[in-house]
Design a protein around this ligand. Structure first.
Ligand SMILES: [Zn+2]
Length: 404
């Protein structure tokens, strides 16, 4: 007789220091199950940004170790179970299988990667930090809502300093597995603590988490890099300008629904894109910096619209901001500017609509050691602090030089 896997709808998340598995009995023969057994594989060769969902095809049940055996009452009407594993380490990827006595087949694997919450901040923690700042600096801080994500998370911005004269604007996490709040929050705190004078003159607005749904999945342990929103749309291809032109960056096709660069069914189709557009309208800032790259870090490597390369006047305007930012950042003598962002991207939209200096911040040239940490999700708290401090100094230089 054919056998069936014992459990289904298995979900796995990492929260508050433990891995939580939830699952339900499969329909067939479920009245017989008197236990569940949890098996685990430590995936030592898993590599972020190289391995995706298909990695699970490369592991097998034979590699797993039994970590627990839980009796259940077959008479009990519940078919939903919960299991917590506290014996995991952050920065390691695990695969889980479930079995039951008398059934040879197993369910799984499901994969999870426990992550450090200082390097991958949960949505609630970001919101709490913003509210704490509002309480501590009621005259210098304001919070504003710009809409809701697909899963109904509020998309909020925080403005510090002069609300009537917002000079700089920042957008984080347009791509879920990239950078934003972890760098920006400590920048905001330092500016409020040390640069009140500069802030009285010029305001700065931050929309730190533009893609909260998918970011939260990475925060809660999805091991692989996530990029698009919960609808599968790349927010950075969903803006209005040039949207109708199909782009082939990274060898991908923006009109393909399954592509990580899918542009969406129409311009501004996504609530997250509309929230960012609302934020831009609200700020009326002189410049926009959008944080990208990977796993919470980006550097002073600035991408502008690839269609702006021959607009010398515009590039000069960009340099006004980029020269002091680069100087303050303190790594290079020369500005790293690349003509790279596509049609439908936020920088291109701002270039075409307002000729506004607008940049995606990426990784650029860094040492092999730092590159390995950033692209493979091995960033440390020290590295995060270092880069956050560099961005802080870059922003201070811009405030001092452009808004004298
Ligand atoms: Zn990106």
């Amino acid at each position: 007789m054919r056998e069936f896997a014992p459990f289904r709808n298995i979900s796995v998340v990492y929260e508050e220091g433990k891995v939580m598995l939830t699952f339900i009995k499969a329909q067939r023969h479920r009245e017989k199950y008197a236990d569940f057994q949890v098996y685990r594989v430590t995936c030592d060769d898993y590599l972020f940004n190289e391995d995706y969902e298909d990695y699970q095809n490369h592991i097998s049940f034979e590699q797993s170790v039994l970590i627990d055996h839980v009796r259940i009452n077959p008479e009990d009407s519940t078919i939903t179970y919960r299991y917590e594993d506290c014996t995991v380490r952050e920065g390691v990827t695990y695969a889980y299988y479930l079995k039951t006595e008398g059934v040879a087949l197993f369910s799984g694997p499901v994969l999870v990667r426990p992550r450090n919450n200082k390097l991958w901040m949960p949505y609630k923690m970001i919101e709490n930090e913003m509210n704490k700042l509002l309480k501590s600096y009621p005259d210098l801080v304001s919070i504003r809502n710009h809409g809701y994500s697909i899963r109904q998370k509020e998309i909020n911005s925080i403005t510090i300093g002069n609300k009537e004269n917002i000079g700089l604007s920042f957008v984080g996490l347009i791509h879920a597995g990239e950078s934003g709040p972890e760098l920006m929050l400590s920048v905001i705190k330092k500016l409020l603590l040390e640069q009140k004078e500069l802030l009285f003159k010029t305001g700065i607005s931050f929309l730190m988490n533009a893609n909260p749904d998918e970011r939260e999945r990475n925060v809660k342990g999805v091991p692989w890099y996530l990029r698009v929103n919960a609808n599968g749309v790349d927010i950075n291809r969903n803006f209005e300008s040039g949207w109708e032109v199909v782009e082939y960056g990274y060898g991908l096709d923006t009109s393909m629904v399954s592509s990580p660069t899918y542009r969406g069914a129409k311009p501004l189709s996504e609530p997250e894109t509309r929230a960012v557009a609302d934020f831009i309208d609200f700020c009326h800032a002189d410049v926009m910096f959008s944080f990208h790259c990977l796993s919470s870090i980006c550097t002073d490597s600035f991408l502008v619209s690839k269609y702006a390369e021959n607009n010398h006047e515009y590039i000069e305007k960009c340099m006004l901001f980029l020269k002091p930012y680069t100087k303050g950042f303190g790594v290079k003598d020369k500005v790293s500017i690349y003509y790279g962002t596509s049609y439908g991207s936020l920088p291109h939209w701002l270039y075409e609509k307002y000729e506004m200096p607008a940049f995606d911040l990426e990784l650029g040239d860094v040492s092999d050691e730092i590159k390995d940490m950033v692209i493979h999700d091995r960033v440390t708290e020290e590295l995060l602090d270092e880069y956050s401090n560099r961005h802080y100094k870059g922003i201070c230089e811009v405030l001092k030089n452009v808004y004298r």
